[in-house]
Design a protein around this ligand. Structure first.
Ligand SMILES: NC(=O)c1ccc[n+]([C@@H]2O[C@H](COP(=O)([O-])OP(=O)(O)OC[C@H]3O[C@@H](n4cnc5c(N)ncnc54)[C@H](OP(=O)(O)O)[C@@H]3O)[C@@H](O)[C@H]2O)c1
Length: 258
């Protein structure tokens, strides 16, 4: 028997990395659309409480779970949240770190940490969430990847490798979950103006997006009834940009400074 929600029941949404600017916009958009019960997970209790307070103003219920997502026991916390909420309709994995490519090239421990945060620990949360959704026969796992995962570039291939790995993982999970009536989707944003990119000069150009714009894509694809692709670019035009970038011949690509 599946645990699909009644249409008037609050949506039960878990956000892993609820302090993220993109995740906060997605949460606000969900709260504006109707009744929601949130489980907000992140490592800064004050930030979680601030996000929760804003969501309560919009009429949502929100509980905070302070945890370092790199090290917390994913299976145990997902089970606990599923038990406390009664069911999970959407799990959004939003946490990540951009890291410092050059520092990671000098120090394998830093590279390993970056890969752990963005891939190893993220994979553990994805697998735990997928098992919960599969057991329910219902729900959407939505994970924020990156266009950086589409082709290795000298400027950020360690972060890109982690995000690229998430792409394969999510494709496999989408394949697996569809048989159970649940879904998995990877969102691939391009440049987004958030605290993660605050140090990058030249922000605000035509390729830059806002957290709200990416959040709108997340909210749309997370609908359990949505039958879209397992990989979704945000905004959509990145699909075509990355198609071109993936297909630039190496002899030309290696002369670029991308
Ligand atoms: N901004 C972009 O241009 C862009 C483009 C493509 C993809 N993305 C992806 O979008 C997602 C959201 O990023 P954002 O742009 O919204 O940046 P953000 O506002 O800086 O959010 C990143 C969040 O991840 C959290 N986090 C990192 N490591 C964590 C850990 N070990 N445990 C718990 N929380 C942790 C951070 O918490 P703390 O504050 O505690 O560090 C922060 O709340 C990330 O996965 C990122 O890779 C961003």
């Amino acid at each position: 028997m599946t645990m699909a929600a009644r249409s008037d029941a609050p949506k039960r949404i878990v956000i892993l990395g609820a302090g993220s600017a993109i995740a906060e916009e997605a949460a606000r958009a969900w709260a504006r659309r109707g009744p929601v019960r949130f489980a907000l997970v992140g490592r800064q209790p004050d930030r979680l409480e601030a996000v929760a307070a804003n969501l309560r103003v919009l009429g949502a219920e929100a509980a905070s779970y302070a945890a370092d997502l790199d090290t917390a026991d994913a299976a145990a916390l997902i089970s606990r949240m599923a038990a406390e909420m009664g069911r999970l309709d959407i799990v959004l994995l939003a946490y990540g770190t951009l890291g410092d490519q050059q520092a990671c090239e000098r120090d394998p421990k830093a590279a390993s940490q970056l890969l752990h945060t963005n891939f190893i620990s993220a994979a553990a949360w994805c697998l735990a969430a997928a098992s919960a959704l599969e057991a329910q026969g219902h729900g959407s796992l939505v994970v924020i990847g990156s266009v950086a995962g589409d082709r290795g570039r000298a400027s950020n291939f360690i972060y890109g490798a982690a995000k690229g790995g998430l792409g394969i993982l999510l494709q496999g999970l989408a394949h697996r979950l569809t048989k159970a009536g649940a879904r998995a989707v990877l969102i691939k944003p391009g440049f987004v103006d958030t605290p993660m990119t605050a140090h990058i000069s030249g922000r605000g150009g035509p390729l830059w997006s806002t957290p709200a714009r990416v959040a709108a894509v997340i909210v749309k694809v997370a609908e359990p009834a949505s039958k879209g692709r397992a990989i979704v670019y945000a905004p959509r035009f990145w699909r075509w940009i990355m198609f071109v970038i993936r297909n630039i011949p190496e002899r030309i690509f290696h002369k670029t400074r991308l």
